[in-house]
Design a protein around this ligand. Sequence first.
Ligand SMILES: [Zn+2]
Ligand SMILES: [Zn+2]
Length: 157
Amino acid sequence: MADAANKCARQRFLEFLAQKNLRMTGQRRAIIETVFSTEEHFTAEQLLEWSRRRDKSVSRATVYRTLPLLTESGLVREMDFGKEHKFYDPNYAEHPRHNHIICQDCGKIVEFESEKIEHVENEISRRLGYAVKSHRLQITATCEEFRQRGKCSKKRP
Ligand SMILES: [Zn+2]
Ligand SMILES: [Zn+2]
């Protein structure tokens, strides 16, 4: 766990809220603590469930109102992995260049960074007269368990 780094992302989000003159409520605090203490990708409903473990009073409405603020701040990114629900990724603040590989069966997501990919990116953009601002690379694959057993035990029904 990059503990110091997470504190930093949380601090940046609090400053973002202050700039917008948004009040810090107990519910919102529970949601923010939850988001910046995980490195997992989560759905809105997962965030609701996890936040309620910290504070039972957290409402679905507050979660759905806070998510757009998190994405607007640039500290959390909305991800479409081609699943029924959008996922939210809290790891871009500290690892802005990371990529994802996802199992098409169980949906297991693994993050990776690659200097080679960055190199190719820089080379191509330079050649075409562009400067890279952001990138998004998502590989759909089958995980090791799927290849060995033909199914994934963690697959959600
Ligand atoms: Zn990620
Ligand atoms: Zn799998």
